[in-house]
Design a protein around this ligand. Structure first.
Ligand SMILES: Cc1cc2nc3c(=O)[nH]c(=O)nc-3n(C[C@H](O)[C@H](O)[C@H](O)COP(=O)(O)OP(=O)(O)OC[C@H]3O[C@@H](n4cnc5c(N)ncnc54)[C@H](O)[C@@H]3O)c2cc1C
Length: 398
């Protein structure tokens, strides 16, 4: 098998790229994607908060596969970028003229001792998984009293705001139900700050305080005991690290995350530094620095932007422009500036939109002050963004 453009992964980045390439008239494209279902993951926060049913976030993969693109229902397992080929699990070797790598990231549940078992208890859940997102709502709505604990792992993760959004939604839910006073809420984050961009961090600290959420910094979850309902953290204070166990009535966990193993073990991976193991690309052109027929985008890459669908929306036009230029042996004109966005729901009917780029400065794109919590922004998250995802992004309109 050989294709002009081979795309690994038919998630947000893979489908949008394929559709955008088709719009430019590129033919002979194939996507390697094992999953029969395509997910709109940004809505899992709302599933976990009981706002939308999980089924509304899933569609058959066949429905989003762009017309004229071959869908190879298989899993990539290794890369041979010198020869220009990918090895897949079932169909074997597939050759390409150009390769786009977009398999997202992997969730490392097993890196937290006891977590896999604890997730089978009704008191532990996570919105980072389709099935568990609705279980999260069952867990949270069942809490009558006690300590509700939310965790955030070390960066990078996809949608760095999601671990705290679900905590705000829970605080709001408890207040509306008159149970807030009987519950203690904590947000334990591995980071020394609540959010990476100072301007938004200041707002979020105030929002957490308004909800009465105890924010515990530099708390990295290392183990969970589902039987005794205890979460143990490596806590760093004044340069010293010790372990601390915290009992919980309900525990929401966001797992550590990394590039998929097959990417980490490949020649495409970044060999050292902060991006070690992630797929190496130039942060502006999205081209691999050693293999010039290879491009990458989405959660899998080393680019130091916020790993979000919003970032993908800005990466796709750059990648498409550069790939087309590379096909014609021209200099790459497109440059990605690191745009990422995080719609931070802070309660039912309230949201502020964090938008920023590589410089770490807010880069608002709407003509209103989106750094304030607004009902209009909530409507954007609840209705407009999902609509735009299914009807525009999936059709390559970005
Ligand atoms: C709870 C949650 C909340 C979020 N909230 C937001 C938000 O509010 N706003 C926002 O912009 N973003 C949000 N995101 C992040 C957003 O969903 C991701 O950044 C985006 O989906 C990244 O796109 P991707 O294509 O890189 O990865 P994905 O969309 O995850 O797609 C990767 C695809 O690759 C496939 N794949 C994996 N391994 C292989 C293999 N070996 N071979 C072939 N294919 C493979 C997978 O099956 C999958 O279909 C959220 C994510 C989560 C989990």
């Amino acid at each position: 098998m050989r294709y002009r453009v081979l795309i690994i992964g038919g998630g947000t980045a893979g489908i949008t790229t394929a559709a955008a390439l088709r719009r430019k008239g590129v033919e002979d494209i194939a996507i390697v994607e094992p999953s029969e279902t395509h997910y709109y993951q940004p809505a899992w926060t709302l599933v976990g908060a009981g706002v939308v049913p999980r089924e509304s976030t899933a569609r058959p993969q066949a429905q989003v596969m762009p017309k004229g693109v071959a869908w190879i229902r298989d899993r990539a397992k290794s890369f041979d970028p010198v020869a220009g080929a990918v090895e897949t699990e079932a169909k074997g070797r597939i050759e390409y003229d150009f390769l786009v790598v977009a398999p997202g990231l992997q969730l490392d549940w097993g890196r937290v001792e006891g977590l896999v078992d604890a997730l089978e208890t009704p008191q532990v859940s996570s919105i980072y998984d389709y099935r568990r997102a609705s279980e999260t709502w069952e867990m949270l709505r069942g809490v009558e009293s006690g300590h509700v604990l939310f965790t955030c792992p070390p960066m990078p993760i996809k949608c760095a705001g999601a671990p705290q959004k679900i905590a705000y939604m829970m605080a709001d839910h408890l207040s509306r139900g008159g149970r807030r006073a009987r519950c203690e809420l904590s947000y334990a984050t591995a980071l020394p700050v609540i959010f990476g961009v100072k301007e938004y961090a200041e707002k979020l600290v105030a929002i957490a305080a308004r909800h009465g959420i105890d924010v515990r910094y530099q708390h990295n979850l290392v183990s969970v005991d589902g039987a005794t309902r205890e979460a143990t953290f490596a806590v760093t204070r004044d340069g010293e690290t010790h372990t601390e166990s915290i009992p919980y009535e309900a525990l929401h966990v966001v797992p550590p995350q990394s590039a998929p193993d097959f990417v980490q073990q490949s020649p495409l991976a970044c060999p050292d530094g902060t991006g070690k193991g992630w797929m190496e690309v130039d942060q502006h052109t999205l081209q691999h620095p050693r293999y010039d027929r290879v491009f990458g985008l989405g959660d899998v890459t080393t680019t130091p932007n916020a790993k979000t669908g919003a970032a993908v929306r800005h990466q796709v036009p750059v990648l498409v422009e550069n790939l087309l230029a590379r096909m014609r042996d021209r200099a790459l004109p497109g440059s990605y500036g690191g745009y990422g966005a995080c719609p931070l729901v802070t309660g039912r009917g309230k949201m502020l939109l964090a938008e920023f780029d590589y410089t770490g400065k807010p880069t608002p794109t709407l003509p209103i002050d989106t750094m304030r919590e607004r009902y209009s922004m909530w409507l954007l998250k609840r209705y407009a963004l999902p609509w735009a995802y299914w009807n525009l992004m999936m059709r390559g309109i970005v």
